[in-house]
Design a protein around this ligand. Structure first.
Ligand code: T1G
Length: 659
């Protein structure tokens, strides 16, 4: 039987009376307009053909259907709309069974829900991740999922956007069975169902749920969605499903979807989605093959080094952790084991996974052990002479093709690279602490870094499951430069009349998990103080300088560890301290500044402006390649709320209107 085509992306073949429809719309089989039209055409064909007893829907490659085509959002709608396609599938007179070969997300999962049966392949996964894009499912997800798996489980899945693998999908009732050959199983299921009564999800009553369990599931979703509206809206719709007819529920869902799709929250989260996919892509590296990395050396096993080691171990690398003495190496091994143990306790790692990680770990005080490393990441004390001396020694030990990476936060990696005979093998990998948790890595393209070294660093970060953002050399790289600019502005406002708790409250109301002064207290004030003292001699007296932080440090208020910083921490709780207010007031008097009041809005406007000005400078200097890269750094490294899109996006939004 020849293959039939329904537009460019939907094909079909007949298998003994079953029309096997395959969606092929690379890269992720999104439900673009031509796919929707193709599906309708395939259904029309099957409806009219007496020799066809039913249909199987499947996808090509690793995806079943990746969801609605996000690139169509913001453009004029094109018929047929997805709900039309989905309603047609559910109402179809002949059985339609999906063979879920891979990822079924968003609209793809909604197609699954509307079919009359669902066979999962072993690589299948199912999810309604719409809330991560600031929207709710728009084609029946909130109404059909609770009918299949109950209200509580549906709140969890739709409210968090988490995906489930095939086995959990079967346990929940979202899929009927797992099959090694889902296509064959689905074809057989169509034949079994042909001519019989069809199980239409929309006709199933939502099973009764325990009200306490519903409230608990809802509370969990609300707790993790600070400041975002989509998760709460999704929960509302799922809860409503039990009390409404399918038709009413779908209408309510669609109205909510359309409203949220046009929201700033959704525009921001879509910007983040696409920024993440562009980050780490460097045009000049398109044809550059990365070097092979299997063994990773980590020098220094403090908080940062042990976090990096854990991240590499859990991603399958062999790790050689180097310390100065055998005792220090053993303590390092202890720290690494401790982090792995915690991961087992919290079920992020299995006991076997932990054993496998430890079997791949070598902790040593012998620098020669690094001879077999393909990449060495240095995470020692942030001091230029310490790092240059280390790189000089590493250069003599590692293989000629091995890559040397520095995790410095503030030092000049080009200066570190000059300690080596071959600076082209040096790159910066600026991890964020704790490195086994934080997703962001600034990949620093140094003056002499070879293209394949940069490509290798990007591939390494990707395999760690982290987000790489490429930046050039500058003091503090992208994130710390913007953070410093923000902090400088915050301190100007302190001197002019705002208090730390007011500035922190403005940031927290905007969506940051913690304000800037609270963050400084947590990190400790001494490193920045030491740096200010170093720079004091060369500081331009004409440039405004706020002494308040120095006064606090001189008074021994070095942050949370000491129980005192910008705040006091009696019993660990952040508390406003009149002593800090007194220091601030004294500083104003000294400079003859008459304090004035600041609103939350003014504070945020000024802080955002400071971030954007610094970001614009970073772009002009070529340190950052794209505004979206800057946004990703601030979101993933500094707590900027993702649903505001990052500083560069938020300002573009205000000046250019909704994109
Ligand atoms: N639409 C358009 N393009 C998409 C896309 C989508 N849904 N998903 C991915 N892409 C592009 C992406 O930009 C990249 O492009 C390429 O595909 C590979 O992506 C009505 C409202 C499917 C698990 O949220 O989670 O359905 O950079 O690098 O690691 O209710 O992409 O190569 O040019 O991520 O293999 C819901 C989002 C939509 C799914 C594949 N769906 N996508 O991961 O590849 S809303 C989603 C993903 C919806 C209905 C509604 C992942 C993936 P380029 P990639 P991957």
């Amino acid at each position: 039987m020849p293959e039939m085509r329904f537009l460019q992306s939907v094909s079909a073949r007949l298998d003994g009376g079953v029309l096997v429809v395959t969606i092929n719309n690379p890269p992720v089989n999104a439900l673009s307009a031509h796919v929707r039209t193709g599906l309708i055409a395939a259904l029309d064909h099957a409806a009219d053909a007496p020799n066809i007893v039913g249909l199987v829907i499947s996808g090509t490659g690793r995806t079943f259907i990746g969801g609605a085509d996000i690139k169509e959002f913001g453009k004029p709608p094109v018929e047929p709309m997805l709900p039309t396609v989905i309603d047609r599938i559910e109402a179809f007179e002949k059985p339609i069974i999906c063979a879920v070969n891979g990822v079924a997300l968003g609209g793809g999962c909604e197609v699954v829900l509307a079919c009359h049966g669902r066979i999962a392949g072993e690589a299948a996964s199912f999810g309604l991740p719409e809330v991560k894009l600031g929207i709710v499912p728009g084609a029946g997800g909130t109404q059909r999922l609770p009918r299949l798996i109950g209200t509580v489980a549906a709140i969890d899945l739709i409210g968090t956007g988490r995906a489930v693998k095939a086995d959990e999908a079967v346990t929940l009732g979202l899929a009927d069975a797992i099959a090694a050959d889902p296509l064959a199983a689905a074809i057989a299921a169509v034949r079994d169902n042909a001519g019989g009564a069809l199980r239409r999800t929309g006709n199933i009553d939502v099973p009764a749920a325990d009200p306490d369990a519903v409230s608990a599931a809802e509370a969990k979703v609300v707790a993790r969605s600070r400041g975002q509206s989509a998760p709460a809206e999704a929960v509302r719709l799922v809860k409503a499903a039990g009390g409404l007819s399918l038709k009413q529920g779908l209408a309510e869902e669609r109205a909510t979807f359309l409203r949220l799709r046009d929201s700033e929250e959704s525009a921001a989260l879509r910007h983040v989605f696409f920024a993440e996919r562009s980050a780490g892509k460097v045009e000049t590296l398109a044809d550059v093959a990365p070097r092979r990395i299997e063994t990773v050396g980590v020098v220094g096993t403090g908080l940062m080094g042990s976090g990096i080691a854990v991240s590499a171990l859990t991603s399958g690398y062999r790790v050689i952790a180097l310390e100065q003495t055998p005792e220090a190496a053993e303590s390092g091994r202890g720290r690494i084991t401790g982090i792995l143990d915690k991961a087992v306790q919290s079920k992020r790692l299995t006991a076997e996974g932990r054993e496998a990680c430890l079997a791949r770990l070598e902790a040593t005080a012998e620098i020669k052990a690094l001879a077999t490393a393909d990449l060495v990441v240095e995470a020692v004390f942030d001091d230029l002479s310490v790092k240059t001396e280390l790189f000089r020694r590493l250069d003599g030990v590692v293989a000629p093709g091995a890559i040397l990476a520095t995790n410095t936060s503030y030092l000049d990696p080009d200066a570190i690279a000059t300690a080596t005979a071959d600076p082209s093998r040096v790159v910066g990998l600026h991890f964020f602490s704790p490195a086994n948790v934080m997703r962001l890595v600034e990949v620093v393209d140094c003056a002499r870094t070879a293209p394949d070294v940069l490509a290798s660093a990007l591939a390494f970060v990707k395999r760690l499951g982290k987000l790489a953002v490429v930046c050039g050399v500058t003091e503090g790289f992208v994130g710390n430069r913007i953070f410093s600019a923000c902090r400088r502005e915050a301190e100007f406002m302190l001197e002019d009349g705002a208090l730390p708790q007011e500035i922190d409250a403005a940031l927290e109301a905007y969506g940051f998990p913690m304000g800037i002064f609270a963050v400084n207290d947590m990190a400790g004030l001494e490193i920045a103080w030491a740096r200010r003292k170093r720079l004091a001699a060369t500081r331009d007296p004409a440039v405004r300088y706020v002494e308040i932080a120095d006064r606090l440090c001189e008074a021994g208020r070095l942050g949370r560890k000491r129980g005192l910083g910008w705040y006091a921490y009696p019993n660990g709780a952040r508390t406003v301290d009149p002593a800090v207010t007194a220091v601030i007031e004294a500083a104003r008097v000294e400079k003859n500044i008459a304090p004035r009041a600041f609103t939350k809005d003014e504070i945020m406007t000024r802080l955002l402006k400071a971030m954007v000005e610094e970001g614009t400078a970073l772009l002009a200097e070529g340190v950052a390649a794209r505004p979206g890269d800057i946004d990703l750094v601030m979101i993933n490294g500094y707590g900027f709320p993702a649903h505001k899109g990052g500083p560069m996006f938020s300002v573009r939004q205000n000046t250019e209107g909704t994109i």
